[in-house]
Each structure stands twice: as structure tokens, then as C-alpha cells.
Design a protein around this ligand. Structure first.
Ligand code: 5GP
Ligand code: ZN
Length: 138
């Protein structure tokens, strides 16, 4: 399995740093973040060192997503939350601080003061142009 000796999450996987563990299986690990956005904010990671979505194999991706699904159910139920946000930051300018693939499960509570990202209306002509650009790159 790929590991990075300088990676904080690899150290958590190896048991070299403490964690508040929520779930573990052969390939994935889930634990509480140390800086929660809300009570019960949980992370899911693959055990192997993979920096982000762009460098993840389909298998690793699928295994992590299945753990996210399981843990999301548990987080919502255990915390008596009213929903969850599931988020992944990829690369520095998308807000990624720890370069080991991780998915945030953030419980939401009715009346909490967390804000959603601002949006705008799609501009005329933009839809055709952008969807064509993306689909032709796939
Ligand atoms: P990012 O901004 O990279 O998507 O999120 C990094 C996440 O990792 C944040 O939720 C941050 O609080 C969490 N984090 C950073 N260092 C540690 C650590 O040593 N232990 C734990 N449990 N979480 C950490
Ligand atoms: Zn790592």
C-alpha cells in the first residue's frame, strides 16, 4: 500500500497520531476532524496515500464512497442531525489543506448558521458552451 512518511493522515492510519475513530475496514478509515464545522463533522479516507480525486483509481474511489454512504447514515442518526453535506476539496485553490484524499461528512441542524456557497444565474449561451467543452473532454 502506498504511504507518505510526511503525510498527517498516513500517520493517523499507521496509529502514529491519535484519532477519534468512527469506522475502519480493510481499505478505508473514518474519524472526527479536529476542526469541526458542526458537531459530528467526520472525515473518510482511503488507507492508501492518494492525494486527490485526480490521482484516485476507480476501485479506491468506489471503496471510499461506500464508506461515506455508511458513515453518513450513522452520523445523521447518531447526531440526530437534519441532513448532511458531503464535500471533498481537491487541490490548494479548492481549499484542500491535507494532501491525502478525504471526504467531509458535515451534519446539518435546522437553524444552524452555516452558509451555502454563493451562486449566480447561468448566463445566456454559457450552458451550451460549457457543457460541450466538458463533455468533449470526457
Ligand atoms: P481540507 O481543507 O484539506 O479539505 O480539510 C482538512 C481537514 O482535516 C480539516 O477538517 C481539518 O480540521 C482536518 N485535520 C487536519 N489535521 C488533522 C489532524 O491531525 N487530525 C484530524 N483528526 N483532523 C485533522
Ligand atoms: Zn497520506
Amino acid at each position: 500500500m502506498k504511504t507518505d512518511p510526511n503525510c498527517i493522515f498516513c500517520k493517523i492510519v499507521a496509529g502514529e497520531l491519535p484519532k477519534f475513530k468512527v469506522y475502519e475496514d480493510e481499505n478505508t478509515l473514518s474519524f472526527l476532524t479536529i476542526e469541526p464545522m458542526s458537531k459530528g463533522h467526520t472525515l473518510v479516507i482511503p488507507k492508501e496515500h492518494v492525494p486527490n480525486v485526480f490521482e484516485t483509481s476507480p476501485d479506491t474511489w468506489s471503496l471510499a464512497q461506500e464508506t461515506v454512504r455508511k458513515v453518513a447514515h450513522a452520523v445523521e442518526k447518531a447526531m440526530q442531525a437534519d441532513g448532511v453535506n458531503i464535500n471533498m476539496n481537491n487541490r490548494e485553490h479548492a481549499g484542500q489543506v491535507v494532501d491525502h484524499f478525504h471526504i467531509h461528512i458535515i451534519p446539518r441542524y435546522k437553524g444552524d448558521d452555516l452558509q451555502h456557497w454563493p451562486t449566480r444565474k447561468i448566463a445566456a449561451g454559457e450552458g451550451d458552451e460549457i457543457s460541450t467543452k466538458i463533455s468533449s473532454t470526457l
